[in-house]
Structures are given as structure tokens and as C-alpha cells.
Design a protein around this ligand. Structure first.
Ligand SMILES: [Zn+2]
Length: 453
């Protein structure tokens, strides 16, 4: 099946865009080099540390000469991370040029606009290489999951499935992945001739791997429930949501008969980690990022302490990461994992700053405790808010096509952590998230100020 046949498929979507991977010969060689390095420097922790000891000081030295934000600070003679300031999304949103090096050829510049869950919308400079490297990192994760891939030319290797009001859609060829075909589609009804064509199309073109968020996958599974059509059978589902609930995971694994692999990635940083096959945290994917765990003031946390995940290095020449604060929280663990991947792991990964809640007798409850009791339910999105008088509101949106728990069941588990006497309003809202253009919601919020503020 070539690209034209995909474009004109009888169940295909109304493609609204065209794209290419923008890779030229030189870049393909660079990707091959990245692949070799990835293999060599992720073999054990010594090889990774050799790579970082060699390359991070070089990066910092380069930053002092070519990145405006760092240049302005006149950092004295030092090539140690700790002597450099942290950077974050707000700097990227306000002064992107201060973080883009000044000595490059900008003809390969790609700009990604991203909404994010907590921060302001931001434009992220990308390079064809940083985009293509995504595939190599995916291959690495698949191999530790024991998934044999082919990625053949004239076959669909990867389909990125979305479900939102509007997003660009296109098929293209991935030169760095054996010329396999990549699809970006949107399950939104208006994108198709028939409401169920999204399912029929994917069933016909047989993508090897599906990537997307749980909401989109759940929509796809639901479409499949409603029609008689050969089932979609990818080798794996790569899901971009951290803390996928067990209920939704089970639902997706049953619907597609494939493992669901959680993927931790930010537009700004590229992929950072994937969920260990044995469920022991998230393994760091690549050799070229140094991860620090920092506290609120920017100081390194003690080992085993949860703090903000901060990343340096990477493979994006237009946006080299200098102590970039991700806004996500977790802790690092260097023990060797029995799954066979020697790379360090991130534990307690929470995609946002911890929020604290209070019981009636002023006992502190962490948002992770609320996440934990909600985990068994097939919840796609939720919000939990406590107002200044202590009253709580839980809004949930369930995966479609599953047995939905009652409000009472949800109330019961929340009371297990917040106490029986808590004032609690439970709302089941099938439209949760749809009022925001990004479709994402901020799960935890509280009007009560935190103790340490
Ligand atoms: Zn592992």
C-alpha cells in the first residue's frame, strides 16, 4: 500500500494537511550516528556516565557562548550544572529567542505549538533530527517489551490517533524508519465520511503501532464495539498519559489485544522515559539527557526524595536543554531493574506539582492518595477541587463502552482518604475537558493555601 492508496482509501479521513520528515542525506547519517550512540551508551550505567561526563560540560560551555539567556548571566568559570540557572516553560513562552543558540543554520527549523496541562501555550523550536530520534527511542522501548517490529516500506508503521475538535491530519513516509508510513488522524466525526470509518480505516491499513492518549484510544475501542468489522490488532499501544488508570488500561488491552506502554515525553524535551515492562517505574530512554531532581528553590533533592524532574542535554540543536524544569515530579532510582534495561528509573512520576488537601480535622492528604483510590475505575479524565471552606468536588469522565461505577462507589473511595464527614459533590461529566481547546484538564486544585507558602 503506497502513500497514494492511503490518501485515497475508501474509508480514509479527509486529510487536511501534508507533511514530510524533512530529513536530508546528512541528517539521515546523523540519525544513524545517534542510533549507534544510543545503543552503546545505554548498555550500562558506566557507559552512560562516561557520555554525560564528556558531553554536559561541552554543552554548558557552548551555552555560555551561544545561548542569550545564559550569556547575559555572566556565569564564572564553571562547567558544572549546579552553577547554571534552571530554565522553564515561562522563559520559553516569553523569550524563545533567548534559549535558541545564535550560531546555527535555521533552514531546518520546525515550530510546534503546544498547549500543555498546566502552563501557558508555548511554541517549541524543533529540528528534523529531534523529531526523527523519537522513532529510535520508540524502538528501544519496544525491544525491552519484547515486541518484534518490522516497520516495512509501503506498510503503516505508526498511526498517531487523536480525538479532538481540530488537529492537522496527514500521512507521510518516515525515511529514518525504513521508509515505513506514518499516519496522523483525528477520530472527530467531521473528519470522516461515516462516523465509524476511523475504525474501518485503521482495521484495513493495519498499523503496527498505535500512539495516542487514553481518551482517543478509548473512543477507538468504542467505535469498534458498535460495528461488525475485523478488529484492529496493533503490536502495542503507546499512550502519552502519565498515570493511566488500571481500569482504562485493562479496557484497552482487551479491546486491542496488545500491551499498553506508558510513554513519558514533553514537546520541549522529547521522550524521557517509558514504563518498565515489570511495572517498576519509568526507565530513562536515552543516554544524552542528564536528569536532576530539584526542590522548589532549585537545589538538588536528597536521593529518594520526590522533586521536580529537570533535564539537561538532549538532541535538539535549536533547543538544547539547560536544566529545563519539566513541571513534572518524581524521584530517581539507580538500582538495576530485573527487567533487563540497565537505565535508571523515575519513580512516583506525577505530571504536576503536588497539591495538598485537608480533612475536617486538618490532616494533610496528598493528591497522590486521591489518584491511588481512583485508579481502579475506568476514568479517562477527572478533576478534584477543594474550596476554602473544605468542601470538595470530584468531576469524572469515564471511558466509553465500559461498565460505569456509580457516584456512590466514587464517594466511598474518596471518603476512605478524606474522611467520612467531608463535604463532597460527585459529578459525572461526559463533556469534561471539551471546553478547553487542548482537551486537557488540570486534575487537582485547591483554594486552601499550602502550609509552606
Ligand atoms: Zn525495568
Amino acid at each position: 500500500m503506497d502513500l497514494d492508496e492511503i490518501k485515497e482509501h475508501k474509508h480514509g479521513p479527509k486529510w487536511n494537511s501534508e507533511a514530510s520528515d524533512m530529513l536530508d542525506e546528512g541528517m539521515i547519517d546523523e540519525i544513524a550516528e545517534f542510533t549507534e550512540d544510543l545503543d552503546e551508551f545505554t548498555r550500562n550505567m558506566e557507559s552512560r556516565s562516561i557520555y554525560l561526563k564528556d558531553n554536559i560540560p561541552k554543552l554548558l560551555d557552548y551555552a555560555k557562548r551561544h545561548i542569550q539567556y545564559i550569556k547575559e548571566l555572566n556565569i564564572p568559570e564553571s562547567n558544572k550544572l549546579i552553577d547554571f540557572p534552571t530554565t522553564d516553560r515561562s522563559i520559553l513562552a516569553s523569550y524563545p529567542w533567548k534559549l535558541v543558540p545564535d550560531d546555527l543554520d535555521y533552514s531546518g527549523l520546525i515550530v510546534y505549538n503546544t498547549a500543555g496541562t498546566t502552563g501557558e501555550p508555548v511554541s517549541v523550536p524543533q529540528h528534523p533530527i529531534s523529531v526523527a530520534a523519537y522513532c529510535n527511542l520508540l524502538l528501544r522501548a519496544l525491544s525491552f517489551w519484547g515486541i518484534e517490529h518490522e516497520f516495512l516500506p509501503e506498510k503503516v508503521g505508526i498511526a498517531l490517533v487523536g480525538f479532538q475538535k481540530y488537529t492537522i491530519t496527514f500521512p507521510c513516509i518516515l525515511k529514518s524508519l525504513n521508509n515505513t508510513i506514518f499516519l496522523k488522524i483525528n477520530l472527530n466525526e467531521e473528519d470522516w465520511r461515516d462516523a465509524y470509518d476511523g475504525y474501518r480505516f485503521l482495521s484495513d491499513v493495519k498499523p503496527e503501532i498505535l500512539t495516542g492518549d487514553p481518551l482517543s484510544f478509548s473512543k477507538l475501542a468504542h467505535l469498534g464495539d458498535q460495528i461488525k468489522y475485523p478488529p484492529i490488532r496493533p503490536k502495542a499501544l503507546i499512550t502519552t498519559a502519565v498515570a493511566l488508570s488500571d481500569g482504562v488500561r485493562k479496557r484497552l488491552e482487551e479491546a486491542f489485544q496488545a500491551p499498553v506502554i506508558d510513554w513519558y515525553s514533553l514537546t520541549e524535551t522529547g521522550p524521557i522515559g517509558y514504563k518498565c515492562k515489570l511495572g517498576h517505574g519509568y526507565h530513562v530512554l536515552s543516554h544524552d539527557i542528564e536528569i536532576e531532581i530539584l526542590d522548589k528553590t532549585g537545589n538538588p533533592c536528597k536521593p529518594e526524595e520526590v522533586g521536580e524532574i529537570t533535564v539537561s542535554g538532549g538532541r535538539n540543536p535549536y533547543f538544547p536543554l539547560i536544566r529545563y524544569r519539566t513541571g513534572d515530579y518524581g524521584k530517581l532510582n539507580f538500582e538495576i531493574c530485573p527487567c533487563g534495561d540497565p537505565m535508571p528509573r523515575i519513580f512516583n512520576l506525577e505530571g504536576r506539582e503536588p497539591v495538598q488537601f485537608f480533612t475536617i480535622d486538618k490532616k494533610i492528604i496528598n493528591n497522590a492518595d486521591i489518584s491511588a483510590v481512583l485508579k481502579p475505575f475506568p476514568i479517562i479524565q477527572f478533576t478534584f477541587h477543594q474550596d476554602s471552606k473544605g468542601a470538595c468536588e470530584l468531576k469524572v469522565k469515564f471511558a466509553s463502552g465500559v461498565q460505569q461505577p456509580s457516584k456512590e462507589e466514587l464517594r466511598e473511595v474518596i471518603c476512605e482518604v478524606m474522611g467520612k464527614n467531608i463535604s463532597l459533590n460527585v459529578i459525572i461529566d461526559p463533556n469534561l475537558g471539551e471546553r478547553r481547546s487542548s482537551g486537557k484538564v488540570i486534575p487537582f486544585s485547591a483554594d486552601i493555601p499550602l502550609f509552606y507558602e
